[in-house]
Design a protein. Structure first.
Length: 392
């Protein structure tokens, strides 16, 4: 006779299944949710939900990790097999999350290379906006295609979900412009270090809003990244034009915008663990594109009012191939990193992501962009890596 099982989710939703092989059925359910990046099974075989299990469910909901318990109505089922099974799931989950992180870093590296190559054509804010607008439109198209493939039942769970999308989109719009302008005028290592330091923003938000702790070691890590940026500014002054207040403002915008992009990713998976990642990515890039359209429209009207000549057209044959590749990589980097935020704390995930991105960016700066390692850049990089090791 088939055994009946009840699945309890943190949202309170319940569903029943029938199976003649409990371990096989359990494996099938956990593997499905695990592969989709949604959850990890956690709990005990029992005839009821005990107080310890209820506390696990509540903690899981707070951390936006969908945990569920399978309770067998016919009584206790072998503990040794249960324990071994969950050890396998833990290992498999860790491997897949590392794969998502690796794919995100790979896409970010390719995106960074393309961004540096076309930054020469983005010497004015207007040129930057036009290049980034094309990229964001392509990202929106990619997001729409993925959304149509995996159509969710609802686009927005509530009005607050749209506000999270709005935060993500506005931050993305500011980030892509500030990054391109900074990469044009500053050393790539300095730009990368400031981008890396952005992990401080989600770390602080994680402490206040996501119940994540900050240790003394991680505070030392924050101090180390500040020292690293100081030495890389010295390096920038020797290899590029003298550091200006405009350059400082661009790097500050880069720091906060990248930080709030990460905050929005974590906030989305925290509040809406079963939400559609495809929907989140689509509206992020769509809102960012609208922001840039408004900015460019205001810029054109101001120039027309002052009688200025319109800006020179972009050399599309030179920049379009880079923009297309960058757009796809930008979407995928954000998509994979958002999946990883479902189960990894901000204080671990974003520094780890930054550490890997910094390593690849440093190699790229030396071998592809001709930046030399001097004593100031070496000290800056050492402090940057030390910072990431301390906080990860």
């Amino acid at each position: 006779m088939p055994a009946k099982y009840t699945i309890f989710r943190p949202s309170g939703e319940k569903s029943e299944i029938l199976s003649t092989r409990p371990t096989s059925q359990q494996r099938k359910i956990s593997f499905f949710h695990f592969i989709t990046g949604s959850c990890l099974c956690q709990g005990k075989w029992s005839d009821r939900i005990n107080p310890r299990t209820e506390s696990l469910l509540k903690r899981g909901e707070n951390r936006s990790i969908i945990r569920f318990v399978i309770a067998e109505k016919r009584g206790f089922f072998g503990t040794p097999g249960f324990t071994a099974h969950f050890s396998v799931v833990e290992k498999r989950k860790s491997e897949v999350l590392m794969l998502f992180l690796f794919l995100s870093v790979l896409c970010s590296t390719i995106k960074g290379y393309g961004g540096k190559k076309i930054s020469a054509y983005g010497d004015t804010p207007s040129a930057c906006v036009r290049m980034q607008l094309i990229r964001l439109v392509i990202c929106s198209v990619v997001g729409l295609v993925m959304l149509l493939i995996r159509m969710p039942s609802v686009l927005f769970a509530d009005s607050a979900e749209f506000l999270v999308d709005l935060l993500s989109g506005a931050s993305t719009a500011i980030f892509v412009i500030s990054w391109t302008l900074a990469a044009h005028s500053d050393a790539y290592m300095l730009v990368t270090a400031c981008n890396t330091a952005a992990f401080i923003v989600p770390m602080v938000f994680g402490f206040f809003f996501f119940d994540e702790s900050i240790t003394l070691k991680q505070i030392f890590g924050i101090v180390a990244i500040v020292i690293a940026v100081f030495f890389l500014v010295i390096y920038n002054n020797k290899t590029k034009a003298k550091f200006t207040w405009k350059g400082f403002f661009m790097l500050l915008l880069l720091f906060f915008s990248q930080g709030f992009v990460n905050v929005a990713q974590k906030l989305y998976t925290y509040r809406y663990p079963e939400g559609s990642n495809e929907s989140f990515q689509l509206f992020t890039f769509l809102i960012a594109a609208v922001c840039l359209i408004v900015w460019e429209g205001v810029h054109l009207l101001r120039n027309r009012g002052k009688g200025k000549e319109p800006d020179a057209p972009l050399p599309m044959k030179k920049v379009l191939p880079y923009i297309v590749v960058m757009a796809v990589c930008l979407f995928l980097a954000s998509y994979f990193l958002t999946i990883a935020t479902k189960s990894v704390a901000s204080v671990v995930l974003f520094p780890m992501n930054s550490l890997l991105c910094l390593a690849t960016a440093t190699l790229m700066a030396v071998f592809f962009f001709g930046e030399k390692i001097t004593w100031s850049s070496a000290v800056g990089l050492v402090f940057t890596f030390a910072s990431l090791f301390l906080v990860a």
